[in-house]
Design a protein around this ligand. Structure first.
Ligand SMILES: N[C@@H](CCC(=O)N[C@@H](CS)C(=O)NCC(=O)O)C(=O)O
Length: 197
């Protein structure tokens, strides 16, 4: 399998591709670290991924892929375009041209999809930040990764991104903020470990 993300773990010599397999590998190999897929939530995580994909795809990709394409180096562009067009159909330049009605419709579908996810998160009428309550898990990483992809490509500064940050009471902006705080922590731990050795 030749997709990203992929990891190579020098301490075991194992290489793994595919996000879910990587998460399961890390949980099994490093049991003292916080679990990515907590014990007993395997079925929930499998089901969440399927439900998330059918809720956000393909509209999130109609917005995301052309933005990614614009940032690739020239050598990578033809494969990226052909491979995505093969899966999604049509021409990439027609999926969500800037300022078009089509683009507006893709954003509206994305908002509706995220609204559906918000209803999962608050199904019992109670507010919770993450799919497992206060604890972050793989389900939140999958959703946040989609949104971070948009943030990095469509841009923190852009009007479209600013609108998304306000949807559903600012829930998605808060989710990404939690991810960044966590990323900051792990980078700090990493530096501390390196410094200590
Ligand atoms: N199910 C895989 C999907 C990964 C995937 O599709 N990655 C894309 C980049 S985002 C890729 O590497 N595609 C290879 C290609 O376009 O040839 C995962 O979650 O890791």
């Amino acid at each position: 399998m030749y997709t990203l993300p992929a990891i190579h773990d020098p301490s075991t010599g194992v290489s793994v591709a595919d996000s879910t397999k990587i998460a399961r590998y890390l949980d099994a190999t490093y049991p003292d670290a916080p679990r990515i897929i907590p014990e007993g939530t395997e079925a929930f995580h499998e089901a969440f991924e399927v439900a998330l994909a059918s809720t956000l795809a393909p509209h999130v990709f109609y917005l995301l892929f052309p933005a990614v394409y614009g940032r690739l180096n020239e050598a990578s562009k033809p494969h990226f375009k052909a491979a995505r067009e093969c899966v999604l159909g049509g021409k990439m330049e027609d999926w969500s041209p800037l300022g078009s009605k089509t683009r507006e419709q893709q954003w509206a579908k994305l908002e509706a999809g995220l609204g559906r996810i918000e209803r999962w998160l608050t199904a019992d009428g109670k507010e919770r930040a993450f799919s497992m309550g206060n604890k972050l898990s793989f389900a939140d990483f999958v959703l946040a990764a989609r949104l971070m992809g948009l943030e990095r490509t469509i841009g923190e500064e852009g009007e479209e991104w600013k609108r998304l940050q306000q949807w559903h009471g600012g829930r998605w902006a808060r989710l990404l903020e939690s991810m960044k705080l966590m990323q900051g922590d792990s980078e700090k731990n990493c530096t501390e470990t390196e410094g200590g050795e």
